[in-house]
Design a protein around this ligand. Structure first.
Ligand code: HMG
Ligand code: MG
Length: 297
């Protein structure tokens, strides 16, 4: 039942760095990281967020990052755009693909984007319309799919409902975010079952944080159901500033190691990926969170 090939969406330069404590990471370092990720064979790189720099200072150079990329054929560079203002900034910077980000939890929506779920969906409609006119593809995130830092349990039906609205709106893919990494494998399967009852499996992605060490088992569980797009972050960087305790995304190195071990193709060169991870961790002055990078690096 496992897919033969999995697409990796590398979110290290965005999710990975948005929550970085301390100094704002220099634009030149972000661009070098992106270059190294491309060289490792990543074909989808989420590079920046056009959000309020007061809310997320680490993403304040989104226009410089997007503008500084020398696009490589076959690679998609994307940015988050929560509202029309974000989309306008992204279009001006020359972005070709964006992502809108909603949530299955009312309180997380308020904390993260300062509006209710219903209001966020209204804003996304406007983003969608403008993006369509500019011929820019839109990916959709649903956060807190297996639990919310403020509300606890989230019903799979609620996830399916928000995901379906965003899909009907025109998102070509819906990424299911376990924002605080609380899910476990059977829960992941049940959540996916509810969502895939409304949206075809090829249009779904898993975006699992590893806070509780459950991300790889959860991924295995959803891959077994045929899901074939995985979001991950080099060196296991990441976390959401509006989800207390949300630590890193699952490490891309660990996902790639597992997939290759299962003879599932990714198109990624693991040694080069590890070296990209080592580059960014050297710059940040911290140890990698990837177990595979530690074992092989
Ligand atoms: P707001 O304060 O409600 O917006 O913020 P507003 O429309 O009332 O405007 C207030 C000020 O923000 C104004 O500036 C606007 O110009 C400015 P002022 O007049 O005060 O100087 N503003 C903007 N500036 C830059 N870019 C924009 C923008 N919009 C308004 N796009 C807003 C609403 C969404 C902007 C704010 O709440 C925000 O920036 N939130 C941060 C959200 C964020 O980046 N979260 C992390 C990413 S999501 C995530 O990590 C989860 C994910 O990984 C999946 C998962 O793990 O589950 C995707
Ligand atoms: Mg995330």
């Amino acid at each position: 039942k496992f897919p033969r090939r999995v697409k990796i969406v590398e979110v290290g330069a965005r999710d990975g760095l948005q929550n970085e404590p301390g100094d704002v990471v220099a634009t030149s370092i972000k661009l070098e990281l992106i270059r190294r990720l491309e060289q490792a064979g990543l074909s989808y790189i989420e590079a920046a967020s056009f959000v309020s720099p007061k809310w997320v200072p680490q993403m304040g150079d989104a226009a410089e990052v997007i503008g500084g990329i020398e696009p490589k054929p076959g690679v998609t560079y994307a940015a988050l755009t929560p509202n029309l203002k974000g989309l306008e900034g992204a279009l001006e910077a020359g972005v070709k693909e964006v992502a809108i980000f909603g949530a299955a939890s009312e309180s997380f929506s308020q904390k993260n984007i300062n509006c209710s779920v219903a209001e966020s969906l209204n804003r996304f409609e406007a983003v969608m319309e403008r993006a369509k006119a500019a011929d820019v593809r839109v990916r959709g995130y649903v956060s807190t799919v297996m639990g919310c830092p403020y509300e606890g349990e989230i019903a799979p039906q609620k996830v399916a409902e928000v995901a379906d609205i965003m899909y009907q709106m025109g998102c070509y893919e819906i990424s299911l975010g376990d924002t605080i990494g609380v899910g476990t494998p059977l829960k992941a399967k049940r959540m996916l079952e509810a969502v895939s009852g409304k949206i075809p499996m090829p249009q779904l992605a898993a975006h699992f944080h590893d806070t509780y060490g459950q991300a790889l088992p959860n991924l295995l569980a959803v891959l077994e159901e045929g899901l074939a797009v995985v979001d991950s972050s080099v060196a296991g960087l990441g976390g959401c500033p509006y989800a207390k305790g949300a630590s890193g995304n699952v490490a891309t190195e660990d996902v790639v190691y597992m997939l290759h071990g299962m003879e599932i193709e990714t198109g990624i060169d693991l040694p080069k990926l590890i070296s990209a991870g080592n580059y960014i961790m050297d710059q940040l002055g911290r140890e990698t969170r990837s177990k595979v990078a530690r074992a092989l690096g």
